[in-house]
Design a protein around this ligand. Sequence first.
Ligand code: SF4
Length: 411
Amino acid sequence: MVCVERAAPIGSYEVVRLGVWKALDVVAKGLILEGKKVLLKPNVCAPVAWDTGAVTNPLVVKAVAEWMFERGASKVDVGEDPIIGVNLSKAYELSGLAEVSRELGVGLLHLASEGAVRIEVPRGEVLKDIEVSSLLSRYDLWVSIPVMKTHILTTVTLGLKNTKGVLPAKSKRKMHFIGLDQAIADLYTVIKPDLVVLDATLCMEGSGPVNGTPKEVGLVLASRDPLPLDVVASWAMGFEPEKVAHIAYAAKHAGLAPSVESVSVTGYWPLPKRLGFEPPPTAKVLSRSGVDVIYGDACSGCVAVVEITLRRLEQSGELEEVLKRLGGLTIAIGPRAKLDKARGRLFVVGKCLYAQKERGIYVPGCPPIGFQMLDAIRAEAGLEHVFPLEEALKEANELYSFLQTAKKSTT
Ligand code: SF4
């Protein structure tokens, strides 16, 4: 079951609290919290203020924490493990969560602080095992609190994708390397939050998850299961859930139809109309002077990552300098890319082109992590970067060894 409630005006704590509590009262009915230790996992992916729409509204997190205390929870903490290079203390401060922590006495933790445990994924299609933050086992239950956003690689980022946040950095990279959409669905078969509260107060549309446009919606959604929640939320945003790959794959694992009609929805539902989110840019890479893209039947994942990388270089004012330093830029994507017409420096991108990795600067992933792609170009141009490409290549060589074996056996 999914409960949808109104939470606008979004800056009023009393209104947001009422929406969150009404939704939790419905979906968490019967959940015993007396004396329990609860971990809240919001989305604090970047060091930015919550009014950007990129991170969870701290008022939603505060409302969830207070609801837990009201029902007898003995301890409530917040945990996150952001992308490499992000200072988590700064991110907590900017997001407004540090203030919530001071007000309510909840801890702000780094999920990587106590190492990780390896778990098997027996029903995984691409994911056979994965490491998960050890901190989770110190809590009786955990609550996922994502924010409703579009995502250049996965169309939307909601409950299913927020679960990836409890993995250490290396495991997150692994998910990208082996096939992100299927890996998210495989992860769902072994790790689920006890509750999901989706912050749809201030959201993000367009080039999410970080560079998109804030969109005020004024809703909260809650469920005990991220799959039905994602089906309802993506439909509400304007995306057919059966066409959002990770939702469709997770539904297949669960033996369910990924359609909104198959989910029981209560509260402020049906919505007066769908929310009409601007989709992420996945259709093509815009043409830019000095940049060539060699397409070899690439799917939308690699297309989106190249487009967002070039946009980020433009926004930071570095694209011109990069092109000058590298004498032009050619980026090859897709399994059938022909690499002999490269101008300037050639970047060979994605798992599909692993067999041709020696032909240029190779960036692994399926699709690659956006900031890793950006950093690979910046590093080659002699600009400051944080993602260690050598480490990523080492991991990719281990993960893609089966591709080499397959190649050898056919030659
Ligand atoms: S590596 Fe291949 S399959 Fe993976 S996202 Fe890129 S083009 Fe698509």
